[in-house]
Design a protein around this ligand. Structure first.
Ligand code: AMP
Length: 327
């Protein structure tokens, strides 16, 4: 994840919830993609390190446990950059120009043609982040799926050009892989439409009450379409035990949007209240968070070095142990 500071509920229901579960079953590496943050925010780096700590505190707060997984910082494992360079040689620019994520970003940011070289190469760096650990599953939100597709293409190309080194990874999505913001667009920091994991209760209530619902349900008694309603998607994401009743009552015009939103707001407040004490344990303990990240990056680096050596040898760009004539 790019270090954008405090996480929002889109991050939680879209990804973090999955991470907490996966760390029990898989050998997981979770990374702070600080170089990726530069692709769009290279002008303003003042808060970058603060954002790293804030973000990782939220990870720890929701239950990511450094005893069970590796937490690392991309730029502390420079092998990612070298593998990115090697991958950039075998990646046609057309793959990157066709990337729908980039197209959407350019539209949102009004950038048009002024895309930076690093920004265009975002998926190549991401492929390196993934493949350097030979990961076969990547738990991301739906917006990242095209990047996983490019990662697979890069792995396939490398393996067929040189030798089988990399797996072809699959995206792992949650049941809510795309959480919408209060304005109905994808929840995102840059669109200012998010509910933060640290949102004060009054703001949660205000934001939920201002959410878009099914446009065809104007009056309380109108039959609703829960599948088109963002508030209903929040009920689903928070695993509301009354989901079936809410769905039924909405469809039959027995439940109005105001009551439904009030119920949602209180659920969300209770959910966030459960998280904050865990997160508060790390407040003022920035040093501890730093140590976790240094130690994780050290461990990650050992693995990354092994894969990079393998990639270099496969490409015959290896002048190590066996000398220039090495195999
Ligand atoms: P970002 O903050 O864009 O670097 O995203 C970090 C991770 O959170 C990525 O795996 C995204 O796919 C995921 N993510 C971000 N926003 C959302 C959202 N609104 N719904 C679901 N997943 C999201």
């Amino acid at each position: 994840m790019r270090p954008t500071g405090r996480m929002h509920i889109g991050h939680y229901f879209g990804v973090l919830k999955n991470w907490v579960k996966l760390q029990e079953e898989y050998d997981c590496v979770f990374g702070v993609a600080d170089w990726h943050a530069l692709t769009t925010s290279f002008e303003d780096t003042e808060n970058l390190t603060k954002n790293v700590v804030e973000m990782v505190m939220d990870w720890l707060g929701v239950g990511i446990d450094p005893e069970k997984c590796i937490l690392m910082i991309q730029s502390l494992v420079p092998e990612h950059a070298e593998l990115h360079l090697l991958f950039s040689m075998i990646t046609p620019v057309g793959w990157l120009e066709r990337n729908p994520v980039l197209k959407q970003q350019l539209q949102d940011m009004g950038l048009k043609e002024a895309v930076g070289y690093g920004h265009l190469g975002y998926p190549v760096l991401m492929a390196s982040d993934i493949l350097i650990y030979k990961a076969n599953k990547v738990p991301v939100g739906e917006d990242q799926v095209p990047h996983i597709e490019i990662t697979r293409e890069i792995a396939r190309r490398f393996n067929s050009l040189y030798r089988e080194v990399f797996p072809e990874p699959q995206a792992l999505l949650t049941e809510s892989p795309r959480i919408l913001g209060i304005d109905g667009r994808k929840m995102s920091k840059s669109l200012q439409n998010y509910i933060s994991l640290s949102e004060p209760s009054e703001d949660v209530r205000r934001k939920v009450m201002s959410m878009f619902t099914d446009p065809e349900k104007v009056y309380k008694n109108d039959p609703g379409h829960p599948e088109r309603c963002n508030v209903f998607s929040f009920h689903k994401a928070t695993e509301n035990e009354n989901l079936l009743a809410i769905e039924d009552d909405c469809r039959r015009g027995k439940l109005g949007c105001v009551a439904c939103k009030k119920d949602m707001a209180e659920r969300m407040v209770r959910f966030l209240e459960k998280i904050s004490p865990h997160r508060d344990r790390y407040v003022g303990k920035e040093k501890l968070v730093e140590e976790i990240l240094f130690e994780g990056s050290r461990k990650a680096r050992l693995r990354a070095q092994a894969t990079l050596n393998e990639a270099r040898r496969a490409m015959r760009i290896d002048y190590g142990g066996e000398g220039f004539s090495g195999k």
